[in-house]
Design a protein around this ligand. Structure first.
Ligand code: NAD
Length: 383
């Protein structure tokens, strides 16, 4: 059986540990690897990489992982695949190092802090021919898989619009510790909700509807002071909310208007932490991470505006659950398995550094739109 050695950088962090090590690579290892089309299997061998030897040693013992190191260069040199979930501002250097040595790469988003860097990485992928996967986890989640199925089945008729709500209250860190890392709120450390989330929204919009053509955004720092992991007060220099409008063109040539609110300064009155509503001439659907509910044209009530009367319709009850009809595993794990099959087959992964560069581009142009107070056209990236 082939075994792929994976150098996992930033594995002590939130995403690296919870989603990639504990929910993806370890379950893949423990299930005996990934089954290939010919029935054979490929196994994974993680190497934990980071700066803190004590933490790495502890994680390795806890999860029965044989290899760990604080020496990133040696780990890259000895790996088949290099994985990165360290801080965003360190990513481009790590990925460049890996690809120049012919290593396959699987990485968290965003791939770079600037579009120029992200394009350079995509160029390097094309030049070296290595297989690169960039996390597009939302597209593998049950809610969005169901939403995409409705699009494929023509459920919506002509799609008119998408509305997305994302976010929750992130504590400032004084009276209660913050539930996200403090660097996320410092622009100088690569933080900011626009940089963080617009790269997700780009592949979600592409994956569900089509190409994003324009962006209009208003980005804000609602909470200017926060407290870090050591309880020290700091200036939150990065944006913590982004209100975006996007023009989309579907593969069939229809124009769709999408609006997505992203905020770390909002309280949740929704069923899930992110929800997308798609409205079309023949039906509508609301999808979260797991659930998806739909309403067909023939089930659509006819509300009449009358503020003098109490609400007459039980609107939420008039939607039907869209079933999964399949056992949908963790989204990160599903993408890892697809990526590992692509590596063994020697073919590109469908969500690569070019798709990721379009995500970085959307974030960069979103920030520019807000700074300049105008709608911005999104040019096509050519390598
Ligand atoms: N796909 C998603 O839904 C999603 C969600 C959140 C974050 N992310 C991305 O994952 C990445 C990590 O985010 P996180 O929330 O896990 O952050 P985190 O702060 O919890 O983890 C960052 C990791 O980088 C390491 N690190 C910090 N400075 C370093 C240095 N100088 N050298 C080497 N390692 C260093 C830390 O020790 C830690 O292991 C970010 O790029 C972020 O954009 C993705």
């Amino acid at each position: 059986m082939t075994t792929l050695r994976i150098a996992m950088n930033g594995v002590t962090g939130r995403m690296g540990y919870r989603q990639h090590l504990v929910r993806s690579i370890l379950p893949i290892r423990d299930q005996g690897g990934v089954t290939l089309p010919d029935g054979s299997r490929v196994q994974v061998e993680p190497v934990l990489v980071g700066r803190n030897a004590d933490k790495l040693k502890e994680l390795a013992a806890l999860h029965d992982v044989e290899h760990w190191t604080t020496d990133l260069d040696t780990a890259v040199a000895e790996a088949d695949i290099v994985f990165d979930a360290a801080m965003t501002n360190l990513r481009a250097a790590t990925l460049t190092k890996a690809m120049l040595q012919g290593k396959h790469v699987f990485t968290e988003k965003p791939t770079a802090e600037t579009l120029a860097e992200a394009i350079e990485l995509a160029r390097l992928q094309a030049e070296t021919g290595v297989t690169v996967g960039v996390v597009h986890d939302k597209l593998y989640l049950p809610g969005l898989v169901k939403l995409r199925r409705l699009v494929d089945e023509g459920f919506f008729g002509r799609i008119l619009s998408l509305r997305g709500e994302f976010g929750y209250w992130v504590f400032e860190g004084d009276s209660q510790p913050a539930q996200r890392p403090s660097w996320n709120y410092r622009a100088e450390d690569g933080g900011g909700i626009t940089t963080d989330m617009f790269c997700h929204w780009n592949y979600v919009l592409e994956g569900i509807l089509g190409q994003v053509k324009t962006v209009t955004a208003r980005t804000v720092t609602h909470i200017p002071t926060r407290w870090d992991e050591q309880g020290r007060e700091y200036a939150a220099t990065a944006d913590d909310a982004a209100y975006g409008i996007f023009d989309i063109t579907t593969p069939g040539g229809d124009d769709v208007v999408a609006q997505i609110n992203s905020s770390w300064a909002v309280r949740v009155f929704r069923d899930e932490l992110v929800e997308f509503q798609v409205d079309g001439t023949h039906g509508s659907a609301v999808a979260g991470l797991r659930e998806c509910r739909a309403q067909h044209r023939s089930h659509t009530p006819k509300p009449v505006w009358n503020p003098d009367l109490p609400v007459t319709e039980p609107f939420r009850d008039q939607w039907l659950d869209v079933p999964a009809n399949a056992d949908l595993d963790n989204g990160f794990k599903l993408q890892w398995e697809e990526f590992l099959r692509d590596v063994v087959a020697g073919r590109p992964h469908r969500y690569d550094l070019l798709s990721a560069a379009r995500g970085v581009q959307l974030a960069e142009l979103g920030l520019r739109s807000s700074a300049e107070g105008r709608r911005i056209d999104i040019p096509e990236i050519t390598l």
